[in-house]
Write a protein that binds this ligand. Structure first.
Ligand SMILES: [Ca+2]
Length: 416
């Protein structure tokens, strides 16, 4: 026998293991550099003069309007293209951005001249990493982030690679880029804005860090490539990226509990807990709960919208450290077979205030269907039962009958 209180205890323990997370939030500090951020910009000839102006204006404006100016971010800017000596050059050396210098740094970025010609991406990323680790703040900062903006693919070797990393059938400039990134020991994150008709898959699979990479949005984890249709959209994307990195993001966790066992026709509840452990408001929080086959929806609190098999809630805004609890009541269908495992999936998405999507984070709960017998007084008997169960029961019945016969016989003797 198992009581519902034991269920609750086990559920409370298991809930800890059912939590999952969707974003890494920035480390905050009262003072000192916490983040090194290197913006690596493609200055090759495929970028038109008009687009170059838009790209560098986007970078300058992100530093001016979107980046925190509290001395926690050390910024550097690298441009790569084959006309630069060595294939890349430092445009902004490592600079801790604060209220006294951000305008000057933004102005410097606006004055960067495009260097042109071939796409020396391995050179650009190599110089970015060398510049970052050469700064005295490398040992102080807790995050080392590279952001690459490009409109194409590498097409010049730096001959770092001696292995066909991407199994393309040859060792080439693609493998050079992969080799450079693989040697960035201590790198926290490498994300990419792919500008124009760029194919993101190779970047997702081999360049972004940490792996496995994703195509964003949504930003379900660090290590993404975001394809933007042109340099104007790049400006917005970079602004959003800088906010994510230096201001913070919402970060939702979701957990779910329910009974470990249930029987046909039983009504029970799942409880979902959504918490924002991020730094900023999570807005437009959407929870989807996908009911497994074998259960029927009864009700939920707060009320959700049920379009079989999914119940959806719009929970609105959850502030940092805020939580919302959702209860959902279901009934196990008649005739669900003994031992059937009902797996319920709950997912949550949100946006930040500028409208960038995050998630999903998800949690599942398994309930095993027990067919017989029905519950008595809040208890559920587990079956089927082995001979080791029935033998003592049979003995007890025989003993009871024998005792009754003895008592009756004794009473009869007393009357005599
Ligand atoms: Ca290759």
């Amino acid at each position: 026998m198992k009581t519902s209180s034991i269920f609750a205890l086990v559920c409370a323990i298991l809930v800890m293991s059912s939590m999952s997370f969707c974003m890494v939030s920035p480390v905050s500090a009262a003072n000192g550099v916490t983040t090194q951020l290197c913006l690596v910009i493609d200055g090759s000839g495929s970028i038109s003069a008009g687009d170059w102006t838009l790209i560098k204006q986007g970078v300058a404006d992100a530093v001016r309007y979107n980046m925190t100016h509290d001395g926690t971010v050390e910024l550097m800017v690298i441009q790569f293209a084959s006309y630069a000596p060595g294939g890349a050059q430092v445009e902004v050396p490592p600079t801790v951005i604060d209220g006294t210098n951000y305008e000057a740094v933004a102005t410097t970025i606006e004055g960067i001249t495009q260097v042109f010609e071939l796409t020396t991406m391995a050179d650009g990323l190599y110089l970015a990493w060398q510049t970052m680790i050469s700064s005295s703040n490398f040992s102080i900062a807790t995050r080392h982030i590279i952001n690459l903006a490009t409109d194409g693919l590498p097409n010049v070797r730096n001959y770092n690679a001696t292995h066909d990393w991407d199994s393309s059938g040859g060792i080439d400039y693609y493998d050079d880029v992969i080799d450079v990134v693989m040697n960035m020991t201590g790198l926290t994150e490498l994300d990419i804005e792919g500008i124009g008709a760029i194919s993101p898959n190779w970047y997702r699979d081999w360049v972004v860090r940490p792996q496995p990479g994703i195509i964003a949005p949504p930003f379900s984890k660090p290590g993404w490539i975001r394809v933007v249709e042109n340099a104007t959209v790049f400006q917005l994307a970079l602004a959003e990226k800088i906010v994510m990195i230096t201001v913070g993001t919402p970060e939702l966790t979701i957990s779910k509990i329910g009974p470990l066992e249930a029987y046909p026709d039983q009504t029970f509840s799942y409880t979902i807990n959504v918490t924002n452990i991020g730094d900023v408001d999570a807005v437009n929080v959407i929870v989807n709960d996908t009911l497994p086959a074998g259960v029927s929806y009864v009700s939920s609190a707060p009320p959700g919208t049920y379009i079989p098999p999914i119940v959806t809630w719009n929970l609105g805004t959850i502030a940092p450290n805020g939580s919302v609890i959702v209860n959902i009541s279901v009934t196990v269908d008649s005739g669900v077979l003994n031992g059937t495992v009902l797996t319920n999936l709950a997912e949550v998405w949100c946006h930040d205030d500028p409208g960038i999507p995050y998630g999903p984070a998800n949690a599942t709960w398994n309930t095993t269907v027990i067919n017989e017998p029905n519950p008595v007084g809040g208890y559920v008997l587990e079956g089927p039962f082995a001979a080791s169960f029935w033998l003592p029961v049979a003995l007890a019945i025989v003993l009871a009958l024998a005792t009754t016969v003895m008592v009756q016989r004794n009473r009869y003797k007393l009357r005599l």
